[in-house]
Design a protein around this ligand. Sequence first.
Ligand code: ZN
Length: 330
Amino acid sequence: MPLSRRSLLPILAGALAAAPRLLRAADVVSAASPYKRLPPPEQASTNTTVMVGESRLELSIEGRPFDLSTDTLTGWVQHSAEIVARYYGEFPIPEAWINLRGARGIGVMTGQANPTTNGAVVNVLVGLSATPDALARDWIMIHELIHLAFPSVHRRHQWLTEGLATYVESIARAQAGALTADQVWLGFLDGMPKGLPRAGDKGLDYTPTWGRTYWGGALFCLLADVNIRAQSNGEKSLQDGLRAICQAGYHMMEIAEVRDVLRIADDATGVPVLSKQYAEMRAKPLPTEVDSTWRSLGVAARDGNVIYDDNAPQADIRRALTQRAPLVSA
Ligand SMILES: [Zn+2]
């Protein structure tokens, strides 16, 4: 997965300055991706309202010469939002502003999601030469939209907001049929080891490196998903916990304590997996390895292919993780 283009730059000074009313505590951050801010639009934009269930997305497409039509770009935003709504049961915020900006390039290039005084804003930079195929393969829009589903938390928990976006993006696309199980597992087998602690690691809350933030957070989510499913005998999943957080009224425009939202999720699944994992991993260099998880799930990579072991103890959980899910009534 092309997360290597992300680097962990100092984050969010701009977003905090833009949102003093909403983000009172200087240390509170949301899920903004650490990209430099986009320049102002060069030309007038086309504005459209995209409805996803009850949610209103105000879409603004910069008036530059995209190879793709406005209809195609609008359809991509709608489709991406529906993938996110399918995972969360409904689109996770009542309204958001989506800005597509153009730049020389052939694909979807970068994105950021910020809480502002005007509401939740997602900016995505799209190549002027982007093709329909590039939109079909894109993960950036879905990653940014997933950020809307989690409240703004203290900056030391950025691993959780980025980990959720990284992990849920793959699972949500698999549920929608936009990624195959092989693609999900190849991405996870390659990416998750990058989230393991290295020498000097002080735990997820105190080690804001790129690897620990994106993949350490994603590994936390994978382990939580597997453990919730195991401890609830396959009845519940991380998805149930995350839906409960949304149903409790949390989204990017709300500020929350991490322990409070994890407890809401644990109450919904009936197993205290998230709170327990958080207590274990927040200030210690854990987990120490991921190979035992792959063995238990029965998944390995060999010569660029995925090998499955259906006799592995948690093979059922592995299959359930990437299963197609029905579309919510949008
Ligand atoms: Zn992100």
